[in-house]
Design a protein around this ligand. Structure first.
Ligand SMILES: [Zn+2]
Length: 103
């Protein structure tokens, strides 16, 4: 005798209309809610890292700023999650059930 599936769905258009919203850790900021400002990413690309205040100031000037103090904040709110640290995704119910091993 064939086992009776615990759950069977008719994957008609109606079934696909059901959607599931789930949230995952933001891939852009890895859940931090903030990311490095692009100019600071460029700043830190210098290798070896600056060791003295004068080196930092020189690096800031190389990047077009009058001084280190004129540079923007090092971290900015993540655009991907707007600082929440997670993002919401939406998939058809059938897809969610399949990913959960229930279908
Ligand atoms: Zn984010």
């Amino acid at each position: 005798m064939k086992p009776i599936p615990l759950l069977s769905l008719n994957l008609s258009e109606n079934a696909l209309a059901y959607r599931v919203i789930y949230q995952i850790r933001c891939p852009a900021c890895k859940g931090e809610g903030v990311v490095g400002h692009p100019i600071w990413n460029e700043f830190w690309e210098t290798d070896p890292r600056p060791q003295f205040e004068d080196d930092y100031q020189a690096r800031a000037r190389e990047l077009g700023y009058a001084s280190l103090e004129d540079m923007p904040q090092e971290e900015i709110t993540c655009n991907e999650c707007e600082g929440l640290g997670y993002v919401r995704r939406e998939v058809p119910l059938a897809v969610a059930l399949k990913e959960l091993g229930l279908l």
